[in-house]
Ligand binder design. Structure first.
Ligand code: ADP
Length: 443
């Protein structure tokens, strides 16, 4: 049978959430494929994607670029190999989508139609995650700009199905159990810039989780704790969630200040329980935000709670012995305020600095946060990247949201808030313009 084995690589920023696989012309020729054709991607699981031609820099690299959802659907990570072959896709008569266990979504009355329009001509396999963008310009969809990962719980027929105008798409609000999706659907494509940082986190966290035998063979201990440090809003939390997602690890999140204050008197108990749960559900990532907040302050003579929590954390980390199956990722804006005891060997002994993005990073972040937005032709992301010196990821995210809100205000007079549905013709017309960004920038 005509098939090839290729190495999986990260999708281009604009491809994410679109069910696209990028192949080079040689591979297309070899498999007798044309752009737009459907392929099967077989990793530990099998999924499908639509083929597009890769950019020139990727030619002859023996790679296939797919996004994090497709990687999850094929159950493979970046750098692993998959088998690719042309798919026999049949037209889908029916597709039923439902949110994963931990998600709750509300669909507007015309949501099924919108979803269908988004996934038209795309292949779906039963059990696939189908990311659906809730576009910013739609007042009836929650969490604008974010992909909602829905699960294809049923397709008719089975196998690789193609969504067409005639497909009946049904949305269920009832979450489907048995699909463990972690990290809220965040993947590496949701992170702009930080190429080297992602690579280092992958080596430190993904490698020991997926291939513990490498470490035992070489007689080295996988890291227990990784410390991410840098200014707020640069993507530390995002990175921790993405790693959890890409490794299919359970994700436990602890807010440093919260563990100190909220559970007054119960902080250690709380911490112990989280570590126990993480062990039980391993592989796991425990993310501790604002790690510095659980350091006893020098000026604070007592700092009793902090001292006890630090002691408990040290005990838990020293007792992990999970050989990389539970990894603690700490984040801080003030690395010097982290209790030195926490930074000793066997604890948070790996450090990665997450810095303010440069112009290229800013452009990638802009691409990510305008992914679901209809942009007018006069919007230049290059230009915006140039104009946003000093912005961190969180600033860029608010900028794009603000620009979309400005655009929305322009259309508000045409929207009748008492009507349940906004005229589709209006929705089709909505765009975010250069002036919306300029306005948002000048605020
Ligand atoms: P930190 O943990 O470093 O304080 P977060 O990861 O919580 O920052 O970032 C806050 C938000 O800002 C994210 O949810 C994301 O929308 C946006 N953001 C921050 N950094 C990036 C980045 N590098 N790429 C894309 N978005 C980013």
């Amino acid at each position: 049978m005509n098939e090839v084995q290729l190495e999986v690589a990260k999708a281009y920023p604009n491809d994410s959430g679109r069910g696209i696989a990028r192949l080079d012309p040689d591979t297309l020729l070899h498999l007798k494929l044309s752009p737009g054709d459907i392929i099967e991607i077989e990793g530990a699981e099998t999924t499908a994607a639509k083929v597009w031609r890769a950019d020139r820099q990727d030619w002859n690299t023996d790679t296939v670029r797919v996004d994090g959802f497709t990687r999850q659907n094929a159950d493979v990570g970046i750098g692993e190999r998959v088998t690719i072959r042309k798919a026999e896709a049949e037209k889908a008569d029916k597709l039923v989508l439902a949110p994963p266990e931990e998600a709750s979504v509300q669909f507007g009355s015309d949501a099924a139609g919108m979803v269908k329009r988004q996934i038209l001509k795309r292949p779906v396999v039963e059990r696939d995650i189908v990311p659906v963008m809730s576009s910013t310009n739609h007042p009836f969809m929650r969490s604008p700009g974010q992909a909602i990962p829905l699960i294809a719980v049923e397709t008719e027929p089975e196998g690789v199905c193609l969504i067409t105008e005639d497909t009946e798409v049904e949305l269920r609000e009832e979450p489907i159990s048995g699909f463990e999706k972690t990290g809220g659907g965040i993947t590496y494509e949701d992170i702009g810039g930080l190429q080297n940082e992602i690579q280092r986190v992958r080596e430190m966290v993904e490698l020991p989780m997926k291939h513990p035998q490498i470490f035992s063979k070489l007689g080295i201990e996988p890291p227990q704790g990784v410390l991410l440090h840098g200014p707020p809003g640069t993507g530390k939390t995002l990175l921790a969630k993405a790693v959890a997602n890409e490794t299919s690890a359970s994700f436990f999140s602890i807010a440093g200040p919260e563990i100190i204050s909220k559970y007054y008197g119960e902080s250690e108990q709380q911490l112990r329980e989280i570590f126990e749960d993480a062990k039980e559900e391993s592989p796991s990532i425990i993310f501790i935000d604002e790690l510095d907040s659980i350091a006893p302050k020098r000026e604070d003579v007592t700092g009793e709670v902090e001292r006890r929590v630090v002691a408990q954390l040290l005990t838990m980390m020293d007792g992990l012995e999970t050989r990389g199956q539970v990894i603690v990722i700490g984040a801080t804006n003030r690395v010097d305020s982290v209790d030195p005891a926490l930074r000793r060997p066997g604890r948070f002994d790996r450090e990665i600095e997450i810095g303010v993005p440069d112009e290229i990073g800013r452009k990638e972040i802009l691409q990510i946060h305008t992914r679901g937005m209809p942009l007018s032709d006069d919007v230049s992301l290059d230009h915006l990247a140039d104009e946003t010196h000093g912005f961190v990821g969180a600033d860029i995210e608010s900028l794009t949201k603000e620009a979309a809100m400005k655009a929305l205000r322009r259309y508000l007079p045409e929207i009748d808030l008492d009507e349940e549905e906004v005229p589709p013709s209006l929705i089709d017309r909505m765009i975010v313009k250069r002036d919306d960004f300029s306005g948002a920038l000048n605020e």
